[in-house]
Design a protein around this ligand. Structure first.
Ligand SMILES: Nc1ncnc2c1ncn2[C@@H]1O[C@H](COP(=O)(O)OP(=O)(O)O)[C@@H](O)[C@H]1O
Ligand SMILES: [Mg+2]
Length: 211
């Protein structure tokens, strides 16, 4: 197994943007190339985190407050990084995350209008200074994303109104402006293959393209 250097890569975007498609393809490509690579979805990725996921996405939880929601995302995230992500990085492996902290800033911060300062405080408690080496934002207009969700039963967040989703999408774009070096911003209207090429190109650069 190749262990070049630890890498943490997160995938972000609104639901239906196409991020799971891309991170699964990258995961299989890296596996085929012999890397030690892991893919986790957020919220989730550990037994406890999957239980928290069920609470978060359950459409019956109409009474959940924005702060409970934010804290639960970070609880799930702390469990995931402690059990899985940090040990893998310590072994020099690659971790791909289907959503990470930027989701909380975009959805709970910009979408729910929670204080960004408070979110950053909780982030410090939950994940310390862990930050992705690369974050791939698949930016897809709402109407395009909606058409890709056709067969999916919407969860609690997916069932939110259009304004919430627009604020979330714009929140992501603000994050890219604030930290352009960490992000690869992709136009989600491109084909799956075009996006895949762009993702692989950027990741190859990160890996040093030695192999
Ligand atoms: N670039 C793309 N163009 C067209 N369809 C896509 C594209 N990316 C993903 N899809 C399709 O859209 C649907 C949602 O994609 P998915 O990757 O699950 O989105 P997300 O994880 O962001 O919610 C899937 O059926 C997928 O095959
Ligand atoms: Mg997905």
């Amino acid at each position: 197994m190749k262990t070049v250097k630890p890498l943490l890569i997160s995938f972000e975007g609104i639901d239906g943007s196409g991020k799971s498609t891309q991170c699964k393809m990258l995961y299989h490509e890296l596996l085929d190339r012999g890397y030690g690579v892991h893919l986790y979805r957020e919220p989730g990725g550990t037994t406890i985190s999957e239980k928290i996921r069920d609470i978060l996405l359950d459409r019956e939880n109409v009474k959940m407050t924005p702060i409970t929601e934010m804290l639960l995302y970070f609880s799930s995230r702390n469990q995931l990084i402690t059990e899985k992500v940090l040990p893998a990085l310590a072994r020099g492996e690659i971790v791909l995350l289907d959503r990470f902290v930027d989701s909380t800033i975009a959805y709970q911060g910009y979408g729910r209008d929670l204080s960004l300062e408070n979110i950053h405080k909780v982030a410090e408690v939950a994940i310390g200074d862990l930050s992705p080496d690369l974050t791939i934002l698949v930016d897809t207009p709402l109407d395009t994303a909606e058409t890709r969700m056709d067969n999916r039963e919407p969860d609690r967040l997916e069932a939110e109104n259009e304004d919430f989703k627009q604020r979330t999408r714009q929140g992501y774009l603000k994050l890219v402006k604030e930290d352009p070096n960490r992000f690869l911003l992709l136009d989600g209207r491109e084909t799956i293959d075009t996006l895949k090429r762009m993702v692989f190109q950027r990741v190859d650069r990160l890996l040093g393209t030695k192999d």
